[in-house]
Design a protein around this ligand. Sequence first.
Ligand code: 9MR
Length: 385
Amino acid sequence: MKKLILAFFAAASLAACKKSTTETPQQVEGLIKLSNKVSNTPYSPTNPLLKDANTDFEIGAAINEGKFGNALYTGLASSQYNSITAENQMKFANIQASQNVFTYGTNVTNFAKNNGINRVHGHAIMWYSGVPAWVTNAGGSATGETRKQIYRSILYNHINKVFSFYYTQKDANGNPLVKSWDVVNEAFNDDGTYRSNATNVWARELGAYDAIRLAFLYARQIADGLGDTNLKLFYNDYGHEYSNAKTDAIYNLVNTLKVITSNNKPIIDGVGLQMHTSNTRTVTGNTNSIYYGISKMSATGLLVHISELDIKLNGGTVADQDYRWYNIPKIYRDLVPSARRWGITLWNIGDSDNWQGTAAAATLYAPTTYAKKSAYTNFYKGLNE
Ligand code: 9MR
């Protein structure tokens, strides 16, 4: 009987899915339609706002202060979203390019405050990329525990300074504006092994797993010490939608981390799926698919954030791209219970702003004019229907 009910919901949910030229929706297994509020604003061609499509969770954008001179850009960034991520300004190398010289980017946090956006997602603390040379070379000729101690201190000091500063930034209600952080970003290769010591200085100095554990432990201890007791701590990575091996490795890591506590509190709260994807990635089924990635991350029981969404046009059709714009939010809503949805964040605003360049056509808005593309309508409906 239970199977029949599941099959019914799966069929009902899929009936709404847009057709793809490359896949049949029948491939999706076990979709269970979860609750949504009924007060959401349905799509209409007259100025719908993404943040109103589904009030169960936030819709975010990564933004870049270099674009603030463009009124079309700031107009969309300030109106369509209720969460903001700094595309670059809060990264390690941007904040502490030289040892102990801290340059806290506030353009992005101020943009949020000035536009009544009450949530900034911090990105990112520990990352193999963008590590300043002084960090890579900090160990000098020290060996053994001493060398480890040097890197533990660098990590602790960075988190302490960064969390302490951003804790002073408050939202309109007097609560901390930065409500979450990517504490660790991209620790795995696509085959599910850890990035090598040659690539990742944190793994080289502290051990691949221990570096991650320490980052979360310090982050929790420091946040709680500040009184920032609601700060949510995330493990963020890409590739869930095309590598079961990587997804499973992330699943195993976060399951290990979530039972480690500091003052009886788990040191990790959530997982981010970056979802820098393309129109050729598999949507449905249980093998290397968007469906599998989201379902496995939901199975961690943690908060789930689609944290850097863009869909690159990769030699295929706009219809295939739109199919994914519709189904990514739809599958997210179907698989992640409402209380564990940290939201969906898009990686920058329009095609002129995306890291992959204009030709990738990877966002919701056309280059230069910022006209809404069919991607916008499909994403909105996937959030709402
Ligand atoms: O979009 C970001 C680009 O402007 C930067 O040059 C680059 C290096 O810092 O990082 C890009 O953002 C990345 C994000 O921080 C982590 N996930 C992958 C993103 C795209 O490369």
